[in-house]
Structure formats: structure tokens, C-alpha cells
Design a binder for this molecule. Structure first.
Ligand code: HEM
Length: 521
């Protein structure tokens, strides 16, 4: 026991009558026990496992002790990725750091080596599921379905063939071009009408139209689109919302009404998406595939007998595609446009590349992108500086006891990778805070998960299946927007970040545009 507490107790014994001394003694003992329970590296969530680390002589985990009960929860929030990076650096725990979110033990890597160990290990191939994600049906979709058993594998296989295959991505070029046409028209109309373009609105509407048509074909009405837009926004809000029961065993409580709102939203999704599925099934029985049959829903309905999904599972995976496919692309493009407006000299360089390879008389095509290395380098540099999922959005779960970097990690630990910390680390990247697309001209760094210095789409078995579709869309739309307009700031560019489900610009981007060529909008 703490010698200080011992001295107080002995003094108290001499000075006070015994009942008071006994109470004081009990209080101090309980206080000392609770302190030793909480004062472990990583804090409250790691208290049960401290025993293992005390036994190990070589490798132990470092981490902030945090607050009693709450752990590091008070530090999370809009800039959690930056705060966790700073704590890991100060504790010399970039390779691995332990911390607690309430009673939940968390492990975080801010180093490519340990990031690879976590992301590519089958021991971390599940995800811890937040209550809101479960209620919003994502447990029956790719993102949160457990990786053991056949269901998750079956979903990934179906999506890889019918949603994300190279053939399907190139088959959607017409759609991407049409949406790019609509976006450029809207940009010009906004500019002519108000003198300012609110970039986020344009990109969000374009992304939603694009994903809706690739998922449902053209069989959705504008009122359904508006409803889905609201549902995606509400879903993002609910998943980003703090919920006590995700961190403490309090399943019966609903402090902030998150569960109630999730139930309501899931009912709306089921009703709207379920109705589209039902209508299409009716059409299928009449031998007319509404929407032309070249969309993901048609593919799901035409699966062979043994692979068919139930209606409710179909709703879950269609909803997931819309949910994941809308904001990721819009958020990334908003960051890219902000950088283009801020670094005018780089915008001019991209436009020069476009003028050289594409000219002034036609629109950019998917096939031009391979000839635009500088534009691709710009996208990579933005993914490095502003990774849309700085903590890789959805964490991983240790499904059994495992060792990472030779340190014992108990089953049930949530593991995260701080990709933002890795991409801003001066021992990994030269001049990491500078916006320099040239670095990727000098060195070809893969961003699809094989090089953990820059893995914005994650890595391993649960790597983002939408990465090729996402990149193809971002490349084409960026090329179209920069080919047709010069972008100027309407107000000082604010690069402040806010981490919700994805890392968003805190204040949305407003621009002026000038037309660059006479190609029809
Ligand atoms: C710029 C675009 C995108 C970025 C930066 C991004 C990023 C990510 C990241 C970091 C993960 C977690 C990977 C891991 O745990 O290793 C992920 C998973 C996922 N992404 Fe993406 N994503 C993007 C676009 C898309 C699109 C367009 C779709 C679908 C239309 C999509 C669907 C998914 C799904 C379903 C998962 C869960 C995979 C699984 O758990 O098996 N993503 N994404």
C-alpha cells in the first residue's frame, strides 16, 4: 500500500476514536484499491489484463491511463485522430498503444509494420459492432457481417462480381459521364445565379444519383431520391453519435434516443428499399426487368438458386452500397477541390496536363486517366493528407487471444489503425505537412493496401471492396471539373477537419468558377 496512506492511517489511529479511524481506514483502502484498478497502462478497460503484462518481462503495452471509468472517451470527438497521434508520440507508443473507451480495451497502431500485422491478420477479421450499426442492418451487410461462416464471403463474392468488377466499372462510364454533365451544369447555373458555388451540395447530389442508378438502375423517382438522401444523412448522424452502451454493458438504456431513432430509420429504409425490391420482383416475374437489368439489384435478383439472398438481406446490402458509396466520394472530392483552390499553381499544372492529353474539344474519358499521372498524384496526395477514414472508419476486433509485435492482445480487444498518424509522420514521409503531389511522380506508391505507409482503403481480407469504383469515379469527375472550369476561392479556404464516420471539412467549400473552354456543358 502507498506509504503516504499508511502514515495517514497510523496518525489517524492515534488522534481519533476507533469508529472514525475504522471508517477512514475502510475509505482509504477502497480508494487505494480503486486507484490500483484504474492506474494501469491503457486505463480502465485494460485492468483485467494488467496481470499478463506484469508477468511479461520484455514487451508491455504503453498507453494513457485516462479518466476513471471513462478512460480516454473525453478526448475522442472531432479531432480524435490528431489527439491519439499526439498521445502515441508523447508516450513513444507509435507501434502500439493501449487505451480505453469506457470499459472497452482498445489497441491502436500508428506504424506501418504493426498496421499490417493487424489489418492482414485473420485474428482481426471481424469488426466490433456499434449498436446503431446493428440496428441499421449493417450486421447483415458486408461491413459488419462476421467473417467466420459463409455469409460474409458470399456477400463479398457477389459484390466483387456484380458491383465492383472491372467489367462492371467500365460499363458504368456512361452513367459517370452523365452525372458529371449534370454536375457541371449545376456548377455553372449556381455561379450565374448567385456568384458562388457551394461545392459540397453539388458533389453530394452527384454521388447519390451515381450510386442510386448503379444500384437500382433508373427505376427511382425524385421523391425516392430525396428520401434516400435524408436517410443516408440521418444514418451518418446516428452512427457518428456517441452512445453509452457501446462502451459500457448498458444495453437496456437509450440515453440519447439513438436506438429509438435507429429503429425508426431502419423501418423507413425497409419500407422504401423493400418496396423497390418488391416492385422489381413483380416486374421480373412478368419478364420485364424494370431499369434495363444492368444494375446491382437486377444482379441480386438473377443469382442462381443456391446463392439467392432473402429480401431482408437484399435490403441490407443495397442500403449499405448507397450508404457507403455516397459520402466517401463526395467528401474526398471536396478535399481535393479545396486543395486545388488553395494551390492555384498545382491546379494550373493539372489543367495543363489535361489540355495536353485531352485538348479543348472533347470531354475527358475514363481511358484518358492513365495518361494523366499528375492528376492521379494529386488524388494520392489528398488521400495522404486528408484520408477520409483516418482511423480506417470501421475498426477490427480480436476474435481470439493473439500477439501483435510480440505483445499479448486478449480476445475482444478493438484494434484500430491511425492512418492519419502514419501519413503525417516525418520519419515515414519527407515534409509530411506539405502538399506536394510530385512526391508520387518520383515514387510510385500503391494506395490499394499493399503499402501500409498509405492505405486509405485499409488492407487485408476486409479491405474496401469499393476502392476501384471510388477511385475511377473520383479521377473522372475531378478531371471533368478542372477541365471545364478554373476554380477560385469565394472566401479564405479553411482546412479544419471534423471526424464523423468520415473525415469531413469542418466548413464547406465555396468557390467562384470561370469557364475554360467552349465544350458544351
Ligand atoms: C474514396 C472512397 C472510399 C474510401 C476512402 C473508403 C475507405 C474504406 C475503408 C478505410 C474501409 C475499411 C477497410 C479495412 O477495415 O481494412 C472500407 C470498407 C468498406 N467500404 Fe469503402 N471506401 C471508399 C469507397 C467505397 C465505395 C464507393 C463503396 C461502395 C459502393 C465502399 C464500400 C465499402 C464496404 C462495403 C466496406 C466494408 C468491407 C468489409 O468489411 O468487408 N467503399 N472503405
Amino acid at each position: 500500500m502507498n506509504p503516504f496512506i499508511q502514515i495517514i492511517m497510523i496518525t489517524a489511529l492515534f488522534l481519533f476514536p476507533w469508529p472514525l479511524t475504522l471508517s477512514l481506514f475502510t475509505f482509504l483502502t477502497l480508494f487505494a484499491i480503486s486507484l490500483s484498478y484504474w492506474f494501469v497502462p491503457g486505463g480502465f478497460g485494460w485492468r483485467k489484463y494488467n496481470y499478463y503484462y506484469l508477468q511479461e518481462t520484455t514487451k508491455t503495452l504503453a498507453g494513457p491511463i485516462g479518466w476513471p471509468i471513462l478512460g480516454t472517451l473525453p478526448q475522442m470527438g472531432c479531432l480524435a485522430h490528431q489527439k491519439l497521434a499526439a498521445i502515441a508520440t508523447s508516450l513513444n507508443a507509435k507501434r502500439l498503444m493501449a487505451f480505453s473507451l469506457g470499459a472497452q480495451p482498445i489497441l491502436i497502431s500508428s506504424h506501418p509494420d504493426t498496421a499490417r500485422e493487424i489489418l492482414c491478420s485473420s485474428s482481426f477479421s471481424d469488426r466490433p459492432i456499434k449498436e446503431s450499426a446493428r440496428l441499421l442492418m449493417f450486421e447483415r451487410a458486408i461491413g459488419f457481417a462476421p467473417s467466420n461462416g459463409t455469409y460474409w464471403l458470399q456477400l463479398r463474392r457477389i459484390a466483387a462480381t456484380h458491383m465492383f468488377s472491372p467489367r462492371r466499372i467500365s460499363g458504368l462510364q456512361g452513367l459517370r459521364q452523365r452525372v458529371a454533365d449534370e454536375m457541371t451544369v449545376r456548377v455553372w447555373e449556381e455561379m450565374e445565379k448567385t456568384g458562388v458555388v457551394e461545392v459540397r451540395g453539388v458533389l453530394q447530389e452527384g454521388s447519390l444519383s451515381n450510386i442510386l442508378e448503379s444500384v437500382f438502375g433508373s427505376c427511382w423517382s425524385s421523391s425516392q431520391k430525396e428520401e434516400l438522401d435524408n436517410m443516408v444523412k440521418e444514418g451518418y448522424e446516428l452512427i457518428s453519435e456517441f452512445n453509452w452502451e457501446d462502451y459500457f454493458p448498458l444495453r437496456f438504456l437509450d440515453f440519447y434516443g439513438v436506438k429509438r431513432r435507429c429503429h425508426k430509420l431502419a423501418a423507413r429504409v425497409n419500407s422504401l428499399v423493400g418496396k423497390i425490391v418488391k416492385e422489381r420482383k413483380g416486374g421480373e416475374e412478368d419478364n420485364m426487368l424494370v431499369g434495363g437489368g444492368n444494375d446491382f439489384l437486377s444482379a441480386l435478383l438473377s443469382l442462381p438458386k443456391g446463392e439467392k439472398l432473402s429480401d431482408s438481406d437484399m435490403v441490407a446490402i443495397l442500403w449499405e452500397m448507397i450508404f457507403r458509396g455516397t459520402d466517401t466520394i463526395a467528401i474526398l472530392l471536396e478535399w481535393i477541390m479545396a486543395r486545388m483552390v488553395l494551390h492555384q499553381e498545382i491546379q494550373i499544372k493539372v489543367q495543363h496536363e489535361l489540355d495536353t492529353f485531352v485538348g479543348h474539344h472533347r470531354h475527358v474519358l475514363d481511358s484518358d486517366i492513365t495518361n494523366l499521372p499528375y492528376l492521379k498524384a494529386v488524388v494520392k496526395e489528398v488521400l495522404r493528407l486528408h484520408p477520409p477514414g483516418p482511423l480506417l472508419s470501421w475498426a477490427r476486433l480480436a476474435i481470439h487471444d493473439v500477439h501483435v509485435d510480440k505483445v499479448f492482445i486478449p480476445a475482444g480487444t478493438t484494434a484500430m489503425v491511425n492512418m492519419w498518424a502514419i501519413t503525417h509522420d516525418s520519419s515515414i514521409w519527407e515534409d509530411p505537412w506539405a502538399f506536394k503531389p510530385e512526391r508520387f511522380i518520383n515514387e510510385d506508391v500503391s494506395i490499394t493496401g499493399s503499402d501500409l505507409r498509405l492505405a486509405p482503403f485499409g488492407s487485408g481480407r476486409r479491405v474496401c471492396p469499393g476502392k476501384a469504383l471510388g477511385l475511377t469515379t473520383v479521377h473522372l469527375w475531378l478531371a471533368r471539373l478542372l477541365h471545364q472550369f478554373t476554380w477560385l476561392p469565394a472566401q479564405p479556404i479553411d482546412l479544419s477537419e471534423c471526424l464523423k464516420l468520415s473525415l469531413e471539412m469542418k466548413r464547406s467549400l465555396a468557390c467562384h468558377v470561370i469557364r475554360r473552354n467552349n465544350i458544351t456543358l
